[in-house]
Design a protein around this ligand. Sequence first.
Ligand SMILES: Cc1cc2nc3c(=O)[nH]c(=O)nc-3n(C[C@H](O)[C@H](O)[C@H](O)COP(=O)(O)O)c2cc1C
Length: 342
Amino acid sequence: MYKLIRPILFLMNPERAHNFTIKALNIVSHIPFANSIIKWCYSPKSPTLERNLFGLKFKNPIGIAAGLDKNAECYNQMANFGYSFIEIGSVTPRPQEGNKKPRCFRLPKDKALINRMGINNNGVNSAANNLKKNPPKLIIAGSLSKNSFTPNEEAYKDFEKSFSLLYDFVDMFVLNISCPNVKNLAKLQDTDTLKEIIEHLLSQRLFYDTHKPILLKLSPDLDEAQVDEIVDLVLSCGLDGIVACNTTNSRDKLTTNQSVIDAIGNGGLSGAPLFERTLERVKYIYEKTEGKLPIIASGGVMTPIQAQQLLEAGASLVEVYTGFIYNGPSFAKKIINHLKKC
Ligand SMILES: Cc1cc2nc3c(=O)[nH]c(=O)nc-3n(C[C@H](O)[C@H](O)[C@H](O)COP(=O)(O)O)c2cc1C
């Protein structure tokens, strides 16, 4: 069915198609029995794939990456499509519009997207209210970032604010310090600034009765020395895990016409071209940490076999975003059925 719907969605500008789909999913979810029917069609039972991580029970290892449900508006629909967890956000303390439109582009020949959304979102309060109104049916990770006008030296305050406002409504957190589309954000990966953010959040966490895991999301554009530095910091501070990776600034290995790529301009590339880098990073971090640090793999998963490869390389969980856009609602089911056979 998605083979028929996708060409229509792909006639629309990607951002419009995205917003339209979220609205449509919300309308459909109010139709009597629709949620049960969708769940029955797309969410296979998979008790053998259950895993316990961070004290949380994931019904399977497949989730949705940050950016798809920026404002916590369609997470339960993703549960119906078979996903066991989702990163909502990234959210910032104050609402922000993001970059000028158009800011999201498809590269169908490469099964990829380029986006420079700039962390547009309705602010952390809006996400918290949505989560409060509509109890989640899957594990929720809150992806946190800073407002673009907040200087990096004060970034820790932004992270702290969203952290405390979301604490009661999410199961875990991911710190997005690696988005390439907000000026200077990726500089937060400098270990001094990063240490300050992490230490503030860890000390704030001590005040809560329940322990909620905090993970850090890396850029695929870091070199090995930078990855080493950050992983050492994560281990020494006692963060709970790593998400590898975000979108890339690289345009290597694209088959799309160079003039089209030039016309699009800057932005983070996601989808198929990212897969080899993600696999390499997961293997590297797994080996370096001797499997002691849980890794959530994100980047370029377009087929069930790729999800399997990442799990075999040491990832505890796998996230998809661009793969969902290109493969449609049955993507998680296909991955889960494949993993069940493995
Ligand atoms: C349109 C778009 C918006 C995104 N927004 C965010 C975001 O707000 N925060 C974040 O951490 N990652 C964001 N990402 C990155 C994804 O979470 C994911 O890490 C990346 O796309 C690689 O995975 P994929 O190849 O499966 O898409 C975004 C990606 C896309 C395509």
